[in-house]
Design a protein around this ligand. Sequence first.
Ligand SMILES: C[S@@+](CC[C@H](N)C(=O)[O-])C[C@H]1O[C@@H](n2cnc3c(N)ncnc32)[C@H](O)[C@@H]1O
Length: 179
Amino acid sequence: MPRTPTRCYAFISHRLIRAALGDSPPRDVRWITPGPGLRCAEIGSGGGFYTTALARHLGPGSLLVALDPAAHDPRAQHGAGPGARTVHVAGDGCALPFASAALDALLYSYSLEEMPEHTALAEAERVLRPGGQLVLFLWRPLVGRHRTTALTHLARGGAFELRRADRGLQNLRLAYRKR
Ligand SMILES: C[S@@+](CC[C@H](N)C(=O)[O-])C[C@H]1O[C@@H](n2cnc3c(N)ncnc32)[C@H](O)[C@@H]1O
């Protein structure tokens, strides 16, 4: 599936548009439960719409890896901000650059739709430790039949347990725990 064109992405990333669509970074990042020394990755962090708020939410002492194929996009924020130490990495959600069971939490912030879900979710399962958090923000209009199948598979599969779900006007938010 082709990736969202950069121009389109820049348009939908505008904060006013996102607010109108119901996205609020300080509120939405609370889908991830913080903890001491938490190791978290945001997959498809893009221009950093959620990254700064997520780092603040996780707090000092935690690590946030913001991963995106376009991590070197000049819009991406580099360096230290308040909260978790944040590292921007250029990478692919289908071949995550983490050891098995290395992470405590993963956030896919409207990015899973851009990847072959089964491959990406198999990677999520690999890199999360048992008990780890998997949080998905999905654009509802893009959740087509085969994508819903991937999510149904996730919910029914042995690896993840659905803990929380919320349907907005245009989005779907899901939180799973790895068994
Ligand atoms: C709709 S944007 C969302 C960006 C940001 N998280 C937000 O909420 O504004 C989708 C993001 O997924 C990224 N992406 C596309 N293919 C990817 C892949 N294979 N692995 C990781 N990220 C990918 C794109 O570069 C883009 O930044």
